[in-house]
Design a protein around this ligand. Structure first.
Ligand code: NAP
Length: 314
């Protein structure tokens, strides 16, 4: 039996762990299927306050984890596969292990969104990727496409110009969600080409087991054409990791946890932190702030039930 279990070890989960550990709640942190969260897949983070020269994403999350461990947080590998939030203590299954907890912080984040094409799915890891930092190295001197019009697409395309001989950004319209600074950086890069008002309808070649090209459709004219390409990177946003909580917590249309103010969810004693409930800001610093809020709320929730020391002895 735990006082606090934290699901997820990105910025939100790690910050919740620091605060919960410093409140002497000895939190258990399930690291999730992507330990360190999305920052573990990035390179230099330039906008996290306190690091004027920037800091590498993996270093930032690892520092947070070590800080939490220093104050007594316990980390285990594994992801939540089942949860029973219908009664207290809450029950969660982390891989094969079942854990009971008085309060739960869900910081499971969000995972890369795919186009959903059968050919795309068959070629993941064979030229189709959602992580330039992880896979860019394999595309030295190759022709690369990046799909998306947000900051991720700009960042990934810019990063991939280190490897590819040509990087084309494919975006379904002319307007961009990307921030002006990221967009300008990409526009100023001579290796980046642009294909606007275009969507990918098929990825070739499933039979060969590697990416050789794509079929594109112009969203304005409907015209189709094929283009040769060696690598396809998807940067079209993320979907929240809330499947185990479906039907138990109020979730919005796209699956994000609906906040009841602060870090509260529709179930008392269950709190949210980070991208799992945030479809607007999705920044490392906002996730960290949300982790702090969730831990403070969990602490207050437990305190309202009586002194935790007494409970722990029972
Ligand atoms: P995003 O801002 O939601 O952008 C997703 C892009 O993918 C949009 O342009 C969208 O097109 C397109 N898209 C979505 N579904 C698609 C589909 N099925 N087919 C084709 N295109 C599709 O996501 P993001 O770029 O991952 O950014 C998420 C957040 O992280 C943002 O707040 C961003 O600022 C932040 N971020 C910051 C940095 C940084 O500061 N270094 C780096 C990366 C991300 P439409 O525009 O037409 O909807």
């Amino acid at each position: 039996m735990r006082d606090v279990v934290i699901l997820g070890s990105g910025c939100a989960g790690n910050t919740a762990a620091i605060y919960a550990a410093r409140a002497n709640l000895q939190p258990l942190v399930a690291q999730g299927h992507e330990p360190g969260g999305q920052l573990s897949l990035t390179t230099l983070v330039e906008n996290f306050p306190g690091f004027p020269e920037g800091i590498n994403g993996p270093d930032l999350v690892e520092n947070m984890k070590q800080q939490a461990i220093k104050f007594g947080a316990e980390y285990v590998s594994g992801s939540v596969t089942e949860a029973d939030l219908s009664q207290r203590p809450f029950r969660v299954r982390i891989d094969e292990e079942r854990v009971e907890t008085r309060a739960l912080i869900i910081a499971t984040g969000a995972s890369a969104r795919w186009l959903g094409l059968a050919s795309e799915q068959r070629l993941i890891g064979r030229g189709v990727s959602s992580c330039a930092t992880c896979d860019g190295f394999f595309f030295r001197d190759k022709k690369i496409m990046v799909v998306g019009g947000g900051d991720s697409a700009m960042e990934e395309a810019t990063f991939l110009t280190r490897f590819g001989r040509e990087v084309t950004i494919v975006h379904r319209r002319e307007g961009f969600r990307a921030s002006p600074i990221m967009l300008e950086r990409a526009r100023g890069n001579p290796k980046i080409k642009w294909l606007l008002n275009a969507v990918i309808e098929e990825v070739f070649d499933v039979e060969k087991g590697l990416v050789t090209g794509v079929r594109l459709r112009d969203t304005k004219t409907g015209e189709q054409r094929t283009e040769e390409v060696d690598g396809l990177f998807l940067a079209i946003g993320h979907v929240p990791n809330t499947a185990p909580f479906k039907g138990q917590l109020e979730l919005g249309k796209e699956g994000f946890i609906v906040s009841r103010g602060g870090a509260r969810t529709s179930v008392a004693g269950v709190f949210h932190a980070g991208d799992v409930a945030d479809r607007t800001y999705r920044q490392a610093i906002t996730a960290a702030g949300a982790g702090c809020m969730a831990a403070l709320e969990a602490q207050r929730f437990l305190e309202a039930e009586g002194p935790w020391q007494a409970r722990r002895q029972t």
